[in-house]
Structures are given as C-alpha cells and as structure tokens.
Design a protein around this ligand. Structure first.
Ligand SMILES: [Fe+2]
Length: 379
C-alpha cells in the first residue's frame, strides 16, 4: 500500500486542533504541535508532507513560522489556517508560497480537498526528484543533480517555479499537466541526447515523424498527446544499458543484441516515478514488436501491438534509414528510398496502415519533410 501522506497540524487551541485531527486522521498520518517552536522541531524529525498552520500562536508569530518552514523545508506544502480579521495576512502567505488557506470554523469538504491537493503536489515533487536522481545516476550526473535539487530546496522561489511546472491538482488542470510533462520530458531528453553525439536529435525526429503519421490516422486528441510524449521517451531505457554497447560501431554480437533488447523493459522501470499513462508505457514497452510477431520483448503481433507503439516503430525505423548515424554500418537512404524500404517491410515488420500514412505524407510534402528533418539533425 502506498505510504500515507504525513500532515502536521500546528494549532494552539484544543478545539480546532481536535476537529482537524478528526477530519484528517482517516486519510493521513497526523502529527500535532501547539507551539511554533515545537512545529519547527517536528519538521526536523519527521518527513512531513503538509502543514496546516494557524497564524496565531502563543510563542512565535505564525508568519515567522511560515517563513522558517519555507526556508528550511521548501518542498513542504503549507496551508494557512485563518480566522476572522486575518485575511490580509493569509493573502500575504499565499504570495510567499502557501498552498492555500482555510477559514475557521472548518468545513470538512474544504479541509479535505485542500489537504488532498497539497499532498498531491508534494507527491508529484517527490516523484520528480526520484526520477531525476535515477536519471542522474545513469548519465553520470548524480552529484550535479543532487546539488541541483539541494539548490532548489534552498531557494523557495526557484522551487515554486519547478513546482508550478509539475503541479498536479485536480481534473481541471489535467490537460495543463500533460503539457507540462511534455515540456519537462522534452528538455530532459534533449539534454541527455546532447551527451551522446550519436543519438543527437533522434528522439526529436522520431517525435516529428510520429506527428506526421498521427495527422493521417484517426487518433483522439489524448492519444496524439500520449504518442508525442512516448515518441520522446521510447528509447529512454538505453540509459540503463552499457553505453559501450549502445554506441558500438558495426554489428552487435548475439550477447550485445540481448543486452540492447532489454531497453524496452528498462525504459518502463525508469519512467515509473513519472506516473505516465498506461498508453505511454505500452508504447515504450512494445516499440520493437513486429507486425507478424517475432519482435521483442513479448513477440505479440498485429492489432495486439498497441497502435501508438506501431506508429513509433515506423517512425523509429524511418529515422534510422534516413539519418547518417556514425555507428550505423548501412548507407543513408533518401526519403524515397526509405519509403520504398518501408513498403517492402509493410505487413511484416510494420503495420501497413501506419506505413501508408507516412508514405502518403512523404509523397505530398517531400521537400518540407526533408528540410525539417535536416533542421532536427543537429539540435
Ligand atoms: Fe528502441
């Protein structure tokens, strides 16, 4: 079972403290503090996710406690509890990065939705950190990334910007979240590929060819977005494979090929902290399946292969044909030669309707595609 979010209630009056505890304890692990000093001590000791902070405390001013929390624990979400007459202070706190505020006396629904939202944001940030650390370890940047994360934690304004990028609250901003994910992933993959001159621009081009194909197939808007995110991520599992094998010039030995084949499954594990949709995960897993079966990792065939994976399979192969990869031993094909090669493999390696979609586009927009592919060659 997933770990329950840890909530710290900072409130000196017994009544409101007990009522918050009663509302929240079925869903969250609760800690309480009746003084500001005690609250700051507890934050040092426990992995608190969300704080509800009453601004009127007997020892310290609530705003000072708030500033201390943000300075020392920037990723902890703080919800301001306010009574009549303190509204202005609550607004100040919002400007300084508080999640939201709640008015006394409490309404159960408001309390639960505010805490849920804050806990969701915190979880998202934790996932982002876990993902960055994992990736950082793989590309040999663990130290730099952990320093970067520390910097984020120490600079709450910077942290809030990243949080805004990754915020997930509720359904209304679901769409925005997907876009944010996409921007984040694109930046990350471009940065990773820059470290490997052989892969430079590959994901962007696969993304572009997938986009061209998607324009001619009947996909929902959601499927199109998932396709474009997945196209960027399809080979991320290669980070988990010995780079000497990945960048080897010439043919792979059987053993090396087995190692390479693992990238589809490694990719799924790697992106697990990002909480991506099942369609994107299926794309990453199955982009090397063959239409007649016998591909990898599962050897499934035809319509059993998820459509988005069939699209990326064509886009990926097409890029390998038309791009001059230093480690490839075959000759670079022109767009027309590559189209002929795709046709040749249609119904065997590739889904015929996906191949037709790309070939039709190439026939109609040959020069534009040539130009755009060239521009993406050296991002
Ligand atoms: Fe791949």
């Amino acid at each position: 079972m997933a770990k329950r979010p840890q909530v710290l209630i900072v409130e000196d009056q017994l009544g409101p403290r007990k009522s918050l505890e009663m509302i929240l304890s079925p869903f969250f692990d609760i800690h309480t503090a009746d003084l500001g000093k005690k609250a700051l001590e507890l934050l040092q000791e426990k992995p608190i996710d969300v704080v509800t902070l009453d601004l009127r405390l007997p020892d310290l001013h609530g705003m000072d406690v708030f500033r201390q929390i943000k300075r020392l624990h920037a990723d902890v979400e703080v919800i301001i509890i306010t009574g009549y007459g303190e509204f202005k202070t609550a607004l100040d706190a919002l400007h300084l990065g508080a999640s939201s505020y709640l008015l006394k006396p409490f309404n159960t629904g408001d309390v639960l939705s505010a805490i849920n939202r804050a806990a969701g944001k915190k979880r998202q940030i934790d996932q982002l950190k876990a993902f960055l650390m994992k990736i950082g370890g793989m590309i040999g940047l663990k130290k730099e990334l952990s320093q970067g994360i520390k910097m984020l934690e120490e600079d709450s304004s910077l942290f809030d910007k990243v949080k805004a990028l990754f915020e997930r609250t509720d359904q209304e901003i679901e769409e925005e979240r997907r876009v944010n994910h996409f921007e984040f992933i694109r930046t990350l993959i471009d940065a990773i590929e820059k470290k490997d001159p052989y892969a430079n621009g590959h994901s962007s081009r696969v993304h572009y060819y997938s986009y061209l194909i998607s324009q001619r197939l009947r996909l929902t808007e959601l499927e199109k977005e998932e396709l474009l995110i997945g196209a960027y991520l399809h080979d991320i599992g290669k980070l988990g494979i010995d780079q000497q094998i990945v960048q080897k010039k010439g043919r792979y030995t059987e053993e090396e090929m087995e190692a390479i084949k693992r990238h589809a499954e490694i990719g799924i594990n790697l992106v697990a902290p990002l909480n991506l949709s099942p369609n994107i995960l299926a794309l990453i897993r199955h982009h090397h399946e063959y239409y007649i079966g016998q591909g990898y990792p599962d050897g499934i065939s035809g319509e059993d292969i998820p459509l988005l994976a069939r699209i990326v399979a064509v886009a990926d192969a097409f890029d390998a044909m038309v791009t001059d990869y230093p480690y490839e031993y075959r000759k670079v094909l022109s767009l027309d030669e590559a189209a002929a090669e795709l046709k040749h493999c249609s119904g065997i390696q590739f889904d015929p309707k996906v191949v037709s979609a790309l070939i039709d586009t190439i026939e109609e927009e040959h020069d534009r595609i040539l130009l755009k592919s060239a521009l993406l060659a050296d991002l």
